[in-house]
Write a protein that binds this ligand. Structure first.
Ligand code: ZN
Ligand code: ZN
Length: 408
């Protein structure tokens, strides 16, 4: 055991206490005021200067004083509007709000990592920017980017880590390419003309148009986009009508479009644009009109090849066996994607599932919990990935490119 691992284990209880403190005191997105205070106090106590950004975000920079690249390490801060149903001694004290996604663990691990890195600056040739980001559940990252989190100092690469109960504790999943889905939410109002169900020819029925649209939209995934590219179109809400013998004048539909490949505006295959075309044409076929509202939530999270290779190499140092390093993709979405769109990034899933501990429920569940014994491994991944990043800096092609551009 080297001195880094020894130090992380010495700090095991402190990490655990931090996680439980955050778990007990969850706050919703952009309301993480006490959470931000706790983070700032901790970082200031270890000798880092902090800045508030984007309402409740906290940023601190560890500057080695030597020239070199800047690596961003990010943790998210928000809880969810979920009423906790566990019997844990550290159960949420904020009724109706719960850390049901594991962001409590992310903050605890990054704080301990900051402490260990601050104490062990020797391998850091450049800067590390610790970013505590508010409101991950509702796409908070983009607001931090707009507020300049990637500037001053300019961030060259980013790493994020998510505890993940679908992966067993003791394992870590690091995969190049798309690892989490893009998400667009749609709201449609189909307008027809109300009337008597006995005289449908005098009305324009929006119900049959809605039924047809729900079916026809599925051809996007089965006929228009390769089945090797995961696409999910779900309708989560249908609202229309008042009585069995009345044709309503409108039907409202809401749902989500998810895709695990670059499906944004730059891409050739745009599931959301296809959806709009089909919705408009189906409504036209039924003599209806429609209002379509698209709420763009997240772009897909794409792991950069070189950063992924770096994290995988690190995992082989941190975890006992090669078998502990696995692959994982999910079509659920995550706003770290906004950072990795701007700079080469890697997002890692730290296995946190453990049947024996009841830590086997899906994220966002009211009884969600993680296997806390994994926390030191998460800290070590963050610390050693940072060391690796600086050690390998002269071999990373995107850093060479950045340097060239800065010299120009
Ligand atoms: Zn979540
Ligand atoms: Zn999350």
């Amino acid at each position: 055991m080297d001195h880094i691992q020894k130090r992380i284990l010495e700090l095991k209880n402190e990490t655990l206490e931090l996680r439980r403190h955050f778990h007990m005191n969850p706050e919703l997105g952009f309301q993480e005021f006490q959470t931000a205070d706790k983070i700032e106090n901790f970082l200031q106590d270890i000798g880092l200067k902090t800045t508030r950004m984007t309402q409740t975000g906290v940023v601190a920079v560890l500057d080695s004083g030597r020239p070199g690249p800047c690596l961003m390490l990010r943790a998210d801060m928000d809880g969810l509007p979920v009423t906790e149903e566990t019997d844990l001694p550290y159960k949420s004290r904020n009724k109706g709000v719960m850390h049901a996604c594991g962001h409590d663990a992310h903050m605890a691990m990054l704080l301990t990592a900051a402490k260990v890195l601050k104490e062990n600056k020797a391998p850091v040739t450049g800067k590390i920017k610790f970013v505590f980001q508010p409101n991950e559940e509702i796409a908070g990252a983009i607001h931090m980017i707009e507020d300049g989190v990637l500037e001053n100092p300019k961030v060259d690469a980013a790493m994020g880590l998510h505890v993940w109960t679908p992966v067993d504790s003791g394992k870590i999943a690091i995969t190049p390419g798309p690892v989490m889905g893009g998400l667009d939410v749609f709201k449609i109002t189909i307008h027809g003309k109300g009337g008597h169900t006995g005289v449908p020819e005098d009305a324009v029925d929006p119900v049959i148009a809605a039924a047809n649209l729900i079916q026809t939209a599925q051809i996007i995934q089965t006929r228009e986009i390769s089945n090797l590219k995961a696409t999910v179109i779900m309708f989560g809400k249908i609202k229309g009508g008042t009585k069995s013998n009345i044709i309503p004048d409108k039907v409202e539909l809401e749902g989500s479009i998810r895709f695990l490949y670059p499906g944004g505006p730059e891409s050739e295959e745009k599931p959301t644009q296809r959806f709009i075309r089909i919705a408009e044409q189906v409504c036209l076929t039924h003599r209806c009109t429609c209002d379509i509202d698209i709420i763009h939530e997240n772009i897909p999270l794409i792991n950069h090849a070189e950063m992924t290779a770096l994290a995988r190499e690190t995992a082989l140092d941190v975890f006992p066996s090669e078998k502990d390093l696995i692959d994982n993709q999910t079509i659920a979405s995550e706003d770290f994607s906004e950072f990795s769109r701007q700079v080469p990034g890697v997002f890692v899933f730290l296995g946190a599932g453990n049947d024996a501990l009841g830590a086997n429920l899906s994220h966002h569940h009211p009884k969600f919990n993680i296997d806390e014994t994994i926390l030191p491994k998460g800290v070590e991944m963050l610390v050693r990935s940072a060391f690796h990043f600086f050690e390998k800096a002269d071999q990373l092609s995107f850093l060479k490119q950045n340097q060239k551009e800065r010299v120009k």
